[in-house]
Write a protein that binds this ligand. Structure first.
Ligand SMILES: [Zn+2]
Length: 151
């Protein structure tokens, strides 16, 4: 890595505080930046920038987004298995599993559904009716038995 300013290859990486805003919300993280050891100017380092961006998105999701922990606690608040809950919200079981593990994050549609349920848990009853054709009569009865809310 070479300094654009003086051409020196004597550089170092230092932790910096980075404050940015996503969708009107402020997020602060510690990121790494590269500097020239001779003239002290900052040097653009693509790998460090990518790392910073990833860290920023992770932090944003932690603070304001749908974390895997929130999705898991939503489902368990309904006493529903992954299989039944995924049917109620209309997604594949393996999709829900990946949300709960944090290996993927919900797309816009599921984000809206899950955020809605987190804000108004009783709306689950509407989803159950709306996705009625996703489960058998037996599964339906099971869902209604386990649910802490009654119609
Ligand atoms: Zn320099």
């Amino acid at each position: 890595m070479k300094c654009d300013n003086c051409g020196s290859e004597n550089t170092f990486v230092r932790d910096c505080q980075y404050i940015f805003s996503i969708q009107g919300k402020e997020v602060s993280i510690i990121c790494k930046k590269r500097f020239c050891n001779d003239c002290k100017s900052e040097i653009y380092d693509e790998d460090l920038e990518k790392e910073t961006l990833k860290k920023a998105v992770r932090k944003y999701n932690e603070l304001y987004g749908l974390s895997s922990a929130k999705i898991l606690s939503l489902r368990t608040s309904y006493n529903l298995s992954q299989e039944l809950f995924s049917k109620v919200i209309g997604c594949a079981k393996k999709t829900l599993v990946s949300y709960e593990k944090g290996t993927s994050t919900p797309n816009d549609n599921y984000s809206i559904i899950l955020n809605t349920l987190i804000r108004k848990p009783k709306l689950i009853l509407d989803f159950i009716e709306a996705n009625r054709d996703m489960y058998t009569k037996r599964e339906y009865n099971k869902i209604m038995r386990r649910l802490p809310y009654k119609k």
